[in-house]
Each structure stands twice: as structure tokens, then as C-alpha cells.
Design a protein around this ligand. Structure first.
Ligand SMILES: *Cc1c(COP(=O)(O)O)cnc(C)c1O
Length: 349
């Protein structure tokens, strides 16, 4: 049974609140208008003025030479890794970072890149000491260590700037380059309260998703030095990610940069409110960071809670090992949050 069937059965047209992820956000009126009005050209020829504007604007904002618009965050990371590393070279990355755990080992499959995973520390960052330990000697038995890949935010956690800076400078001392998977870069900036260039400057390349909290239907941008972005552009074509009149999508990105960055603070506040409510209700173990709330209810409550929420058209994320994920985003406003809190109170109260 899905959420829409519930609405049919009750005969009520109750709204559907989807807390699985911030990727579920739908483009609103203003964004759709910007998309419809976009000036376009063939981006594979470099002729799409809106794509060019988006790449240039984000590059300037983050203090990088150039940008590359790609269909997804996965392709952004992959083109970045392929641009940094050759076959038989290695990227060092956190074990449960997205690149190591949720990208089907694309860098290994398609690029012959070894993925060396290291434990993620409690603050979501990596340890400079562990990275030094993993560094391979110049030895024909070993891959060549080339890159460290960081992630911020990680599971909603804002990795402190000092930690990122420590790891990045230690990596550079070892001759490694640094990639930053900033799928939720602007959530990290909102949490850190620092300048965008302060965080972006710690990575040679940075990947930013437009289709999560920023609310576009698709698209990510890889930012970095010209030589890396030129190489990544060739890989984008090779991977089938060269799009033609992509300005309709880039226009959504430009709109999001103007309208949906500052409002991320609201998602963080609502997540905080939701977490405090769950704690007060003694719902289980609760963790909250930026726009994400994680709840581990008492074992016997897991299925009933999920069923109760489904019945009222509220979809929770997570599921494996009893951990529930509730993600706040643009399409959950205060009215939605109040309904969600009411249903949680009804269940636990
Ligand atoms: C979502 C996400 C990605 C990949 O984005 P897709 O657009 O889903 O391919 C990469 N890294 C992190 C940390 C993410 O959360």
C-alpha cells in the first residue's frame, strides 16, 4: 500500500509529507517560471548561456577557476575522481562516505581507481594520522596514493572547519590532492556560519548538489582548477552526461542559488524542533544535525510507528537496523511540521 492509496481509502485528499530525503523537493512556481524562461543553446558545444552562467557564478562564489554542470552528484564525484586519479592510483575516503558506500564503486569500475576506505571519526571528519598511515610507499606492489576525498555535511553532521583544514593540509604535505563532496555544501556553510570560500578553499575540487535542499529537479556542479575541470568535461562526455539545451535545468540552479540558500536555516530550525519534540516524547534515541533527525525507537515500536505515520500520509526514511531518518526540506513548512508533530504526539502520547 502506498501513500496515495491511503488517501483514496479514506476519501480525504490529505497532504502527503515525505521525510525520506531532501531530494524529494519539487520545483515551485518561481523555479518553473525561471526554467520556462531560460535562454538555451547546445551545452556540448559550450553554447548554452544559462549553463555557462551557472558554472561561472558558482565558481566565482566558491573561489574556483571553473565549474562543470552535470546531471547528478554521483557523476560530479565520478568525473572529479577520474580527473584527479589515473588507473592504478588511489583515493582515500571515509568508509561510509557516499563515494565509498553509495556510488557502486564507479571510480574503480570505470577508472581503475583503488578506493582505500578509512574510518569516519565521530564528528564526521577523517583523521590526519590515519591518512598518513594509509599513504602507500613508492613500491611496485602498491597503488599510487593520489587523492583524499572528504564529505561535508556527513549524515547531516557539519564537520568543523578546523578538522577539515587539518586533514587537507596534512594530505597536501603528503603530496595528495583533496576533493570535497559537498552534496550539502550550503547546509554545511549554514551550520558553520563561515564564508563559502573558507570551506571550498580547503578542497582542490568541490562537488555541490542543486537537487537536494536547494530544490532543483536535477543537477550538480563540480568546481575546481581549470585543468581538472577540463579533464572532467571530457569524462562527462564519455559517461554520457553531456546534455544539450541543459539551460532549462541550469536556470533552476541559478534560481535556487538566489532563493533557496538562506532558507536552509529554516530546515535546520525545524529539524531541531522535531528532535526536541521526539526527545520530550521519549520516543527513543534521537540525534539531530542540520536538516536531519535520526530516531531509533524502542524495538517493538518501529513497525507500529512507521505504520501509524504511513496511515496519515507521512513517509519516514531509513529502515535498516531500526534507524529512522527524518529529513526537513523546502516542502515541509510550519503547517506540515505541526501535522507531523501532532501525529507523533498521538502515537507516543
Ligand atoms: C546525494 C549525495 C550524493 C550523490 O548525489 P546524486 O545526485 O543522488 O547522485 C553524493 N554525495 C553525498 C554526500 C550525497 O548526499
Amino acid at each position: 500500500m502506498n501513500q496515495y492509496q491511503t488517501a483514496d481509502r479514506t476519501g480525504h485528499n490529505t497532504p502527503v509529507y515525505d521525510l525520506r530525503s531532501d531530494t524529494v523537493t519539487k520545483p515551485d512556481e518561481g523555479m518553473r517560471r525561471a526554467m520556462a524562461d531560460a535562454e538555451v543553446g547546445d551545452d556540448v558545444y559550450g553554447d548554452d548561456p544559462t549553463v555557462n552562467r551557472l558554472e561561472a557564478r558558482l565558481a566565482e562564489r566558491l573561489g574556483k577557476d571553473a565549474g562543470l554542470f552535470v546531471p547528478s552528484g554521483t557523476m560530479s564525484n565520478l568525473t572529479g575522481l577520474l580527473a584527479h586519479c589515473g588507473r592504478g592510483e588511489e583515493v582515500i575516503v571515509g568508509r561510509d562516505y557516499h563515494i565509498a558506500s553509495y556510488e557502486a564503486a564507479g571510480a574503480s569500475v570505470l577508472g581503475g581507481i583503488a578506493i582505500c576506505t578509512v574510518p569516519v571519526e565521530v564528528d564526521g571528519g577523517l583523521s590526519p594520522i590515519v591518512i598518513r598511515d594509509e599513504l602507500k610507499p613508492d613500491d611496485s606492489h602498491k597503488p599510487i596514493s593520489r587523492l583524499v576525498s572528504l564529505e561535508n555535511t556527513h549524515n547531516g553532521m557539519v564537520v568543523p572547519l578546523a578538522r577539515v583544514s587539518d586533514v587537507a593540509s596534512s594530505a597536501r604535505d603528503c603530496g595528495l590532492s583533496v576533493h570535497l563532496d559537498g552534496a550539502r555544501f550550503f547546509n554545511a556553510i549554514t551550520g558553520l556560519g563561515c564564508a563559502e570560500t573558507d570551506l571550498a578553499g580547503l578542497g582542490d575540487s568541490v562537488s555541490v548538489c542543486l537537487s537536494k535542499g536547494l530544490g532543483t529537479p536535477a543537477g550538480s556542479v563540480l568546481l575546481g582548477p581549470s585543468d581538472i575541470i577540463d579533464r572532467a568535461r571530457r569524462y562527462r562526455k564519455m559517461l554520457g552526461g553531456g546534455m544539450r539545451q541543459a539551460g532549462v535545468l541550469a536556470a533552476a540552479g541559478l534560481y535556487a542559488l538566489d532563493h533557496n540558500v538562506e532558507r536552509l536555516a529554516e530546515d535546520h530550525e525545524r529539524a531541531d524542533h522535531l528532535a526536541k519534540t521526539l526527545s520530550k516524547l521519549e520516543a527513543g534515541q534521537v540525534n539531530q544535525a542540520t536538516n536531519m533527525v535520526f530516531l531509533t525507537p524502542r524495538d517493538e515500536l518501529n513497525d507500529p510507528l512507521r505504520a501509524h505515520m504511513e496511515q496519515t500520509n507521512i513517509t519516514l526514511g531509513g529502515g535498516s537496523n531500526g534507524l529512522m531518518r527524518l529529513v526537513l526540506h523546502k516542502d515541509i513548512d510550519d503547517v506540515a511540521l505541526n501535522s507531523i508533530v501532532t501525529e507523533l504526539r498521538a502515537f507516543f502520547g
